[in-house]
Design a protein. Structure first.
Length: 242
């Protein structure tokens, strides 16, 4: 395969991966607390071509990364809807250990535990899980302290990380730690907002523009592949005539 076709084909593959990330972002544009995935491009040079005067380079997505910027907070009026103003995550107990999420759409389970939409129990900052009585209003302070009838029933475990490099997505709305050396800490300037939900930070308008841009790039790379094939075909025909 000639260098032009190889580079164009690699570009097509990179744009297909970008399209997959973008499609997932668009699909979760209305998912509360969702954090958009972005791509980071780099150029790949084959080891055998390192010493070449004009090595063939190919664009690739080196790695996707997650945009953790805060989404817009919207009022819901539901006392069990909670949002974070600032950094950090709500800590919950997943099937295989602690998970972290920005989606504060909680509910009260039949056994009295406060759980996420998927049924994962919220973790108490002092240990264990959070439980409440059904039918009695819950008041949540800006530091996460929860009260019923003036009595403290627990405190939301809000965690942050000094480095997000050890965080990996699990599903659409949860994160887990992949590096045991990274420990959660309490964020300093984060406020817990009751009766609000954080929207996805996926910009619908931005995604539409990026979608058009990626499709145009894809079309140009397709043309480059066709030009490369035509050049190879003409070269073979010319050699055959000789």
């Amino acid at each position: 395969m000639d260098p032009l076709t190889a580079s164009a084909a690699s570009g097509l593959r990179a744009r297909m991966e970008s399209l997959d990330l973008l499609a997932n972002n668009v699909a979760n544009a209305s998912t509360g607390g969702y954090k958009a995935d972005r791509e980071f491009y780099s150029l790949y040079v084959a080891p055998e071509a390192q010493d070449s005067d004009s090595p063939a380079v190919m664009p690739v997505i080196q790695k996707p990364w997650t945009d953790l910027s805060q989404g817009l907070l919207t009022n819901t009026g539901n006392s069990l809807d909670v949002a974070l103003e600032g950094k950090g995550f709500f800590s919950v107990t997943g099937p295989n250990g602690p998970l972290y999420t920005r989606n504060g759409g909680f509910r009260l389970a039949k056994d009295g535990k406060l759980v996420t939409a998927e049924g994962y129990p919220l973790r108490n900052a002092v240990g264990g899980t959070l439980t409440a009585q059904s039918g009695i209003p819950i008041d949540i302070a800006t530091d996460g302290t929860m009260q019923q009838n003036g009595q403290t029933i627990g405190k939301l475990d809000v965690a942050d990380f000094t480095s997000t490099a050890g965080l990996a997505k699990q599903g659409s709305n949860y994160f887990r730690t992949t590096d045991p050396s990274i420990k959660p800490v309490t964020p300093a300037d984060t406020s817990v907002e009751q009766g609000k939900l954080e929207a996805s930070n996926t910009g619908t308008a931005e995604s539409a523009v990026r979608l058009v841009d990626i499709m145009r790039q894809f079309e140009m790379l397709q043309k480059a592949v066709m030009i490369g094939n035509d050049m190879s075909k003409q070269a073979i025909e010319q050699v055959a005539k000789v």
